[in-house]
Design a protein around this ligand. Structure first.
Ligand SMILES: [Zn+2]
Ligand SMILES: [Zn+2]
Length: 130
């Protein structure tokens, strides 16, 4: 189990962390760490931080809206996309807000302002409404 040289262990965790993020869609370092800890309790916070920083640097992940805790949250989906975010539990899901909606929002903002990046709509998810 622990007979690999350090660099091999780290690259092994890179793949595992990538797969966990793919499964979760969006995750913070803490969420990734707890996902990995089920099978790999030896993975440290530092290792996860190093892996996600490297994936971000290489453009293998992007940053998702961070939410109320204001911690970095990684997004496996590299396509430009919008999000819905629950302000109560922090749930985040990808959304495609129709091209029809953007001109309406720009019109409401006024003064010739034009939306460039992605939109994040906040509210309450189904679970938090009940
Ligand atoms: Zn919620
Ligand atoms: Zn996303």
């Amino acid at each position: 189990m622990n007979h690999y040289p350090v660099h091999e262990r780290t690259s092994k965790y890179v793949d595992i962390a990538r797969q966990a993020l793919q499964r979760l869609g969006h995750a913070t370092n803490a969420e990734l760490l707890s996902a990995l800890h089920a099978d790999y309790p030896e993975v440290s916070t530092t290792t996860i931080h190093r892996i996600t920083a490297r994936m971000l640097e290489r453009g293998e992940v992007q940053l998702a809206p961070s939410g109320k805790k204001n911690v970095l949250r990684y997004d496996f989906n590299l396509e430009p996309h919008d999000h819905f975010m629950c302000t109560h539990c922090g749930l985040i899901r990808d959304a495609t807000l129709s091209a029809v909606v953007r001109p309406l929002i720009e019109q409401a903002i006024g003064d010739g302002c034009s939306i460039s990046g992605s939109l994040t709509v906040s509210g309450l998810c189904k679970n938090c409404q009940s």
